[in-house]
Write a protein that binds this ligand. Structure first.
Ligand code: SAM
Ligand code: SF4
Length: 322
């Protein structure tokens, strides 16, 4: 079992397998970054798997693959297969923009992937295209349908933005309700990489848009999750709200993050990180385990969002996987 410096059990590893992406979402990566991390610094799937084995042996039992866009990295199914073959009952999930999903969903399922979170910010082709800066909607919807047919557990993520998709909160909610898919509304997190003109809706504003049609009740927070669950009283449908500006979910945070270059990050809003790259390249399992434990010993008690004087974070969501 892995316990951090504040006595919290850590059992969840999020792996960003690439910072690259086929979308240019206004709130994340509106322009191609000035420079990508050099390809030679990227850990191979075999190297990432060396660390995954250590992490599983130490107590990790939930892994989410994210990015950038994880599906732009070739052979992702082989990486998933390595993990699921090592521990068949692992809770293995993916977060994707959905664009390439219909092409690879079956391979991912066969490799052992169980759950998929798909970003869906609009149901209007022109609005979706204005957020992702690409004509994306039909491919995302196709990906969602195929993932459903294959029996994946699915969630939908939406980031509501004023003047762009704020009028679609109820439409996305109904889309999820009709398909029995949980929708999670995520407050936009200001960061220096995002388009400076956008403004996100607060959690309160998101809820008040939903209250225009429905009476809702707060059900509570899912343990170890930043998502607060709400229920529509008349039909029992549950949706989630992620409000990262608060840090009332830090008290039972159970997660750490690994980047494609091998940086182990104890908290999304925390600049310190340690590299496991050398250890895994040299197959030095003991060293990798030591680094893991050291990172956990120094995991902060709360995210540092409110401590920052500016309202922006320097860390790119596409690097850490959100
Ligand atoms: N490319 C995949 C996707 O878009 O789902 C996975 C990576 S993306 C960084 C993971 C999640 O972070 C997505 O649901 C996205 O909407 C969210 N995200 C990205 N930038 C964000 C921001 N500035 N504020 C809030 N959520 C953000
Ligand atoms: Fe790409 Fe996901 Fe960021 Fe959009 S949110 S730019 S899809 S990494």
């Amino acid at each position: 079992m892995l316990i951090d410096g504040h006595g919290r059990e850590v059992n969840y590893l999020r792996i960003s397998v690439t910072e690259r992406c086929n979308f240019r979402c206004l709130y994340c990566m509106p322009q191609k970054p000035f420079s990508w991390n050099p390809k030679e610094n990227l850990l191979s799937f075999e190297e990432l798997f060396e660390f995954v084995k250590v992490a599983i042996d130490e107590g990790i039992n939930k892994i989410r693959i994210t990015g950038g866009e994880p599906l732009v990295r070739e052979d992702l199914d082989k990486f998933i297969k390595l993990i699921s073959s090592y521990k068949s009952d692992i809770d293995l999930a993916l977060t994707t923009n959905g664009y390439l999903l219909s092409d690879v969903a079956k391979k991912l399922k066969d490799a052992g992937l169980k759950r998929i979170n798909i970003s869906l910010d609009s149901l209007k082709p022109a609005v979706a295209a204005s957020i992702a800066q690409k004509n994306v909607l039909s491919k995302i919807l196709e990906g969602i349908e195929i993932a459903r047919e294959l029996g994946f557990k699915i969630k939908i993520n939406m980031v509501p933005l004023w003047g762009i998709n704020d009028s679609e909160i109820l439409d996305i909610l109904e889309f999820g309700r009709e398909r029995d898919i949980e929708v999670r509304f995520i407050e936009y997190m200001e960061n220096i990489h995002a388009d400076s003109k956008i403004k996100g809706l607060s959690g309160k504003e998101i809820l008040s848009a939903i209250k225009q049609r429905y009476k809702i009740k707060r059900v509570g927070r899912v343990k170890n999750s930043p998502s607060f669950s709400y229920e529509i009283i008349e039909n029992g449908y549950r949706f989630g709200l992620i409000d990262p500006h608060k840090h009332d979910f830090c008290e039972d945070c159970n997660r750490i993050r690994l980047t494609a270059e091998g940086y182990l990050i104890p908290c999304l809003y925390f600049d310190e990180a340690q590299s496991i790259a050398k250890a895994v390249k040299e197959k030095d399992i003991k060293k990798a385990a030591l680094i893991l434990k050291d990172v956990l010993a120094n995991k902060p008690k709360e995210n540092r969002w409110s401590e920052e004087s500016s309202e922006s974070s320097n860390r790119a969501f596409y690097e850490t996987g959100g």
